[in-house]
Write a new protein. Sequence first.
Lengths: 601, 829
Amino acid sequence: MVGLPYDCLANPLGAVRSTFDKAMSSDSSAAALDGKDWGAAEVFRQFLFDDGGLSQVPWLSSSTMKWVQPNTLVRFRGMIQDMLGNEFYVGAYKDGDKWITNKFADGSHGPSDASSDVRIWERRLLYCTPVPGQNSWVECAPDAMRNPYISAMSPLREKRQREDEATESDADMVEPGHAIEDSPNPKKMREDGVAFEPFNLQKVVTEGSTSNSSTPPVERNSVSCLVKIYDSPESDLKLNEVFEFVGIFTFDPDLTVPIDDKEVMDDFCEDELLCLPPSKVPRLHCVVHRKLGPSDLVSSPHLELTTPVIKEIREALIGHLTAVLGGDRLPAEYILLHLLSRHNDYNVQVHARVDEVAVGKLSLNLTCFNKENMSVFGNNLKLVIGSLMPFTECLPLTVDYLNSVTLAPKKDYNTNRLVSGLLQLAEGSHLTIDETPLQSGTLNSGGLENAQVLRSMMESQKVHYDFTYYKMEMPADVQFLILSEGKSNILPADLVLPFHPSSVDPASGVDGEMLKAWRWYLATMKSLPHSIDPPLQKAVEDDLVAARQADRSLSREDFSRWLTMGRLMSVSFGATSLSMEHWQMVKELERLRKNRFQGNL
Amino acid sequence: MASDSSPVNTRDGQSSPDGWPTSPVSNTVSSPGDRPRRKRGRQSSYATPSPMPTGSRARTPQATPTPSSNARRRGRARRSSATPTSTDDVPPSSDVGEGNEDDAPVVYVWGTNISVQDVNAAILRFLRHFREDPQQIEGKYMRMINHVIEMEGDSLDVDAHDVYDYDSDLYTKMVRYPLEVLAIFDMVLMDMVGRINPLFEKHIQARIFNLKSSISMRHLNPSDVEKMISLKGMIIRCSSVIPEIREAVFRCLVCGYYSDPVVVERGRINEPTVCAKQECLSRNSMTLVHNRCRFADKQVVRVQETPDDIPDGGTPHTVTLLMHDKLVDAGKPGDRVEVTGIYRAMSVRVGQTQRTVKSIFKTYIDCLHLKTTDKSRMDVQDPMETENEASTGDDDSTQKSEISVEQLKELSKQPDIYERLTRSLAPNIWELDDVKRGLLCQLFGGNALKLPSGASFRGDINILLVGDPGTSKSQLLQYIHKLSPRGIYTSGRGSSAVGLTAYVAKDPETGETVLESGALVLSDRGICCIDEFDKMSDNARSMLHEVMEQQTVSIAKAGIIASLNARTSVLACANPIGSRYNPRLSVIENIHLPPTLMSRFDLIYLILDKADEETDRRLAKHIVALHFENPNSSQLDVIDLPTLTAYINYARKHIHPELSDEAAEELTRGYVEMRKRGNFPGSSKKVITATPRQIESLIRLSEGLARIRFSEVVNKSDVIEAFRLLEVAMQQSATDHSTGTIDMDLITTGVSASERMRRENLVSATRSLIMDKLTIGGSAARVMELLEELKKQNLGGGAEVHLSDLRTALSTLSAEGFLAVHGDSVKRI
């Protein structure tokens, strides 16, 4: 192994060890290091961020897995899909007179002598999967990665390649799939019986015209990973959050000893890790992790953040959306607001009681879609959204589909794993629900439950995870777009808007720079803070009172929606506080929308 | 290896059989064979067999081949601090002293200055002398030991709180070094039992429970290993019962000689290679005789955190429990349990057949005691059930553990507690304060009364909310449902009569008819929330009559005749017909409920969406604040939900207020006044403003109000407030709009007295009109003509005459045989 000017990239464990030795030499008790970092993370942080080493770190994907050496540094981006609890391990042991650490390593290096002193430390196990619905443009460009180990290719490679292939076809892998086609093969699904089976089927189902055709390559190219977290407060990492991990990749095929003839005791030993054998799921000993917000996923264009620029981008984006929607500008405006919406959950703390109101979400229901124009506008719309938002999912709603899948994640107590459902989505995902293929039919109890889960997710931004003996509410932040023929009654959205295309205008191609700017615009504007000035607050209140005096049917929901729209409107112009102008624009939009209804009826 | 680790003192031998074939950490090092000198306890089936002996056994370095923590090592008992290596030379001497009070050298728990003899003596003292109450002659545990001996039981439950109260030092030692201390504990216990009844063969072990502090599952960390811990959780999986071999007997295939029982050693049984019979001595001829071996039950149980312990964005943690013997099947999946046990880590072997271990540990809890706690968040027990509860005793402690009674009492002493509770109830539904007060009374409830004659009066308060859509009725309902001790939330539209009460079903397997409880029966002693009450089928609604007054559900079908208790409060909400409340019509007409049912509601609230600018402004402010302001600023001084539930719980359980004389007087006075109000001067008509049902409601309400204050006496002020509440509710629902007075007839018959008067006037006016205009058998008159005439005369007390009113009058007259109506024409007969 390399000596002191250790190579953090190729020999990260060397760095760990040498820092450990250094720490031990100054303070000779390993007990003092319980649950603490001795500066190893600092070394890596410096290497990665200060010395610009981050770009050299290869991404972990199924293609890179073939050549990435075990015990080297890799990067991995994924969503925390399940938490497997804590693991106790021999953190440090005394070999002779010297303390040796096992931190950031998987190996079975144990003390050779049973009597030697050991310290037990703990680490957290997280099961991370590729972000569901991640669009291909989000992915880190694979060509940027050269293979530094090309010459060091070992015979192991072939073996691992085989294992990789096994991984992909492995039914045990819980790959959060994307929307299944409205393929009516519930029979087959039912045969499979297992909750998560339908998701695997999706891979088999050929991508049809209605699907989000940009996603599959990403899914194929990504791997799930068992990430081991050291010395990090629990509140740092939450379920369904998207993280970028930099850590030491380990891959220890020795550890897989298939225990087929389990003796009785194994009833006890059987644990969650057995279904994630190291040969199939790589391990990552996380050194540095970083939560990814919406703006971390887009590359920022070289633009000044000035009001005119923002306005220009906004105008161009609306123009593009209008073109996609057949020249209908009103829905384009609404879609823009919808794409900017975000469920700000700071209210949850205060109203963490029975009926919190989800504030800030703006679900949109575009009506007047039918089978014919769906294939034109609907798909284009989906494609556009897919090219703008980092994580998008599409769900064609049919009775068969509702009856056959499990949307909400479910805890499987046999494997002690959380089985991912379609609705286990990362923060800030966009979900398009296509209600046009919905036919009349009977929902069975599972279908009913699925419909309820969808509904509650849309109304309160909460998903009820099924833990058999109880349901657990998990907060979600997902934008809902519903495309339906009439007003959707299964999923009552905040906004219902009839869609009136005037021309079938094939959406003109957009150049990459433009897309980049739009993505950046959406991501940045979305996270803008927002406030309201007292005078305007008064004006808005007066407006609301006057409106309610004029029309008694206005409810709390309407007011709430207006205020949300007001916020989004000003945010879409890059403003951080509501102005009268934007408030008037909202009222105008709402008036137009209302007119459209009256014209429609 | 075994030879050099011969047991050093009495605690060693007790539980030598090892239950840990695959656990190298907890392997037993001793050779149990050299300890069978004491006749009892040797072959005991210890619930936690391996840990105790391991820990207490004197060890040689190579005896434990696994990596082990310092905690482990510290926990190991050394026989002598001075001569840690001289483990082999003392066995005989230590064996003698059961009480260890003899001249054996001082034995310390390894790595500490805890003397084994001291602990031994402390335990002995504790068992002998602990009394809950100084008046008792016999110590609590002496009594229990005797009881156990009589019952031939095999365990003694020891309340850790008792240990702490008696000797906090012992408690600390026990929690920190459970392996050693418990082994000593058991040994002391055995000695005591042996003295009381030398023939008692069974092994009795101490089961510690109710530790001073319990730990949350996710906070278990390496420093807890080998400590006694207690945690709460929910069982999610149980393995099947595993028979674990403790002693094996072999038989020689050649000569049929049965070997002596071979005990599990280090997780394995060594098959004798040579027949022990001197005449035989054949090699490799021994075979296991299964039915002469001794097995013990073992079960692996997995426990998961309860939902309330999980922080935001986390998934529940799980922990594995190991149960032995009597603890097997003590809980089943879905049970909420409180577990006391020893947290242990065991290293994982690389392969089943390999000795090498991974650097990873599996953790589990060796269960000492398991208690199933109540399933529901707060299970209210009414007085009747408190008696049987008292016998189980410790149940109480779990409920109030989180929020202490003192805290609640402190809260109740606050002068504005009533206001505060009102504020805390559904704090994000603003306004509707009186409705909330009513709901609060419902939550606290009145006292149920059963007269010796058999008549019973319900203590449950029923409330009906009627109102315009969008007035957060359903939210209130949901809130109460979550808050109430037990309750079912149903929607009227989806509920059938049988679904609410009880139904008879045929068991698909046995074909027997079984009674399945419906929503009302299931919410016995709770609150049944029924949304969309108006949309309920008449059939289902009629079932409610019995429930709401008699509080039982009687069914007679399919050979089953039963009367089930349904002591439930009903909280219903309904929308008016035509979705908006029509103030011109009565409540009955508005919500289309039979008056018989209406009268069973103690309080009927009309939640109307009035076109009031002030309210609108508040709404606007509220929503704007929700969106823009830092929500913390708007936070009121409210009681949080757990405290509120605990408060209600405690009040319902422990407070049973009675009417004071003063209050009774006020009640009578107020009631008489209320009735009097109907006979206002100058009016001959009789308006009923209050019925006996109201006085019962009033008593219930005032009892509920006293409960809110944790007061055992109903004060005059409670009664006055109850009157106010009732009046507020009645004013809204039972006000006769034409006169402005309260009229109970509105509720009970649906027609107000003034309305009845008006109708009578109209009938007589019509009669006289027809007498004037038509002759018997003469030409017919059109109805519209009559209406015009009447309008001209302006009869009917100045009110406008409608066609429908006239038609009603005509039909009354035709029923009298005065005239005949054919379509539009009226003929006098």
